[in-house]
Design a protein around this ligand. Structure first.
Ligand code: GDP
Length: 445
């Protein structure tokens, strides 16, 4: 998502870079281009107008400040206004003083509610909460079962009507779940509700009735970011019919133009609280307007990357690896292997690298990264003995041939890996001390 917008904005900024100072005409021309870029990305017209006016006013005033060059000034202003449009600050869940905190999910069918319920539960669990999932979508065949599967994957209990008791009443189920959570000391209750293909009165009524029955602390409107401007209209309908506290955007990994995602917080006047960017339960995070703006402006999303690294990397192991690296030649392929395996836990390499600043320029190369190549590297290291992993200097011809056979690769592949490792280790030694956890040991990556 946002690829085209990223490219367009990058070329607008590139055009500015050559200019010594900006005239009002330059600023006008730039604003015209930004306006077109946003409209093409499907951003709501009202939001575009407001955005462009704000940036222009500030850009004209900023001419007085000489600390930054013109293109830096414009990028800074665009960034700040983009953050504002996206809602300013991240908005965390407001937990109830007296548990359980009740979170109700509402939205159209296919928006990703059930998947999201699992993602949210998993995330809450990682934040040391004890969530309970509630199956109050009794309309769609298999909805209960789908939630049970998701719950199992997330390792979270699902409260559902007893099988064999007929269809059941979603309002009763929702009400019953609160009593259950109180009795069993769950501290967050996530209520999944039924969606329809389109907005209709009956659907709204059911959502409103469930809401009245459980008085949620947070009613989250879940919306598929790929559906474009309809997302904004549906959000408005739900806000009028049910009342929502925040928005969850799903399918941000899609290739739609994404403008709706950029308009929804401003048009609705409600914060985007979470974003979902893939089918796996881990593809989910709090929504940070500033990080999203950085990503759109091609400044990367280093903060998210660091956070994920901190969650994934074993601090103790990384520190030991960094120390070995600093004492010459101690860092072996075994250390490299464990660091690489930890890195891979963060997700596919293309996704990780995509968060780095300037990643947009290397999009193609990143998309072409072959995970199988990394599998091959692992296979080669796996067929070495611990001694060989520790000291690649002992790898003579016959050892290399044995390793190649074991890994099912050519001897030249083994040579390539060993040479690259030795080269990379030299380079890492010269800049040893790794700036952030785990990243110290990434030779060759
Ligand atoms: P519900 O009808 O609102 O409960 O929607 P579901 O949770 O059943 O999701 C509908 C489809 O969207 C499923 O195939 C999900 O796997 C998929 N889905 C949900 N969230 C995401 C996401 O963030 N990215 C992608 N690519 N697919 C998603």
């Amino acid at each position: 998502m946002f690829d085209t917008l990223q490219d367009r904005l990058a070329s607008v900024f590139k055009g500015l870079r050559s200019k010594g100072r900006l005239t009002e005409a330059d600023i006008d021309a730039t604003m015209r281009e930004i306006r077109i870029a946003l409209l093409e990305a499907d951003v709501n017209l009202g939001v575009v107008k407001e955005f462009v006016t704000a940036v222009k006013t500030r850009a004209l005033e900023a001419e007085l400040s000489k600390a930054l060059n013109p293109s830096q000034q414009v990028i800074k202003i665009v960034n700040e206004e983009l953050v504002a449009i996206l809602g300013g600050e991240a908005r965390p869940i407001r937990f109830a003083k007296k548990p359980p905190t009740v979170i109700m999910l509402a939205g159209l069918q296919g928006a990703g509610k059930t998947t999201l319920a699992g993602k949210l539960a998993r995330w809450l669990k990682s934040e040391k909460h004890t969530p309970l999932l509630v199956a109050a979508d009794l309309q769609r065949p298999n909805a209960v079962q789908q939630l049970q599967i998701v719950g199992e994957r997330a390792g979270v209990h699902v409260y559902a009507p007893e099988p064999g008791n007929g269809v059941g009443d979603p309002i009763e189920v929702a009400r019953g779940s609160i009593a259950h959570a109180e009795a069993k000391l769950y501290d967050v209750v996530i209520v999944d509700t039924a969606g329809r293909l389109g907005v209709d009165a009956e659907l709204m009524q059911q959502a409103a009735d469930i809401k009245a029955a459980v008085t949620p602390h947070e009613t989250l409107f879940v919306v598929d970011a790929m559906i474009g401007q309809d997302a904004v209209n549906t959000a408005k309908a739900f806000d009028e019919g049910v009342g929502v506290d925040g928005v969850v955007l799903t399918k941000l990994d899609g290739d739609a133009r994404g403008g709706a995602a950029l308009s929804i917080a401003r048009v609705l006047g409600k914060p985007i609280m979470f974003a979902s960017n893939g089918e796996a339960l881990a593809d989910f995070d709090m929504f940070h307007p500033d990080r999203m703006a950085s990503r759109i402006l091609g400044m990367g999303d280093v903060l998210t990357l660091i956070e994920q690294a901190e969650k994934t990397f074993d601090a103790e192991q990384s520190r030991a690896a960094a120390e070995k690296l600093m004492s010459r030649n101690q860092f072996g392929l075994q250390d490299f292997l464990s660091q690489m395996q930890q890195l891979r836990k963060m997700g596919p390499m293309s996704k990780i690298l995509g968060m780095l600043p300037g990643a947009g320029q290397f999009k193609q190369a990143i998309n072409e990264i072959d995970e199988r190549e990394i599998d091959r590297i692992e296979a080669i290291i796996f067929s070495m003995t611990p001694k060989e992993r520790d000291d690649v200097a002992i790898l003579n011809g016959s050892r290399r041939a044995r390793i190649a056979r074991g890994a099912g690769v050519e001897v030249s592949d083994v040579n390539k890996l060993v040479n690259r490792f030795v080269e990379a280790r030299k380079m890492m030694e010269s800049m040893a001390g790794g700036r952030f956890p785990g990243m110290g040991g990434m030779p060759g990556m």
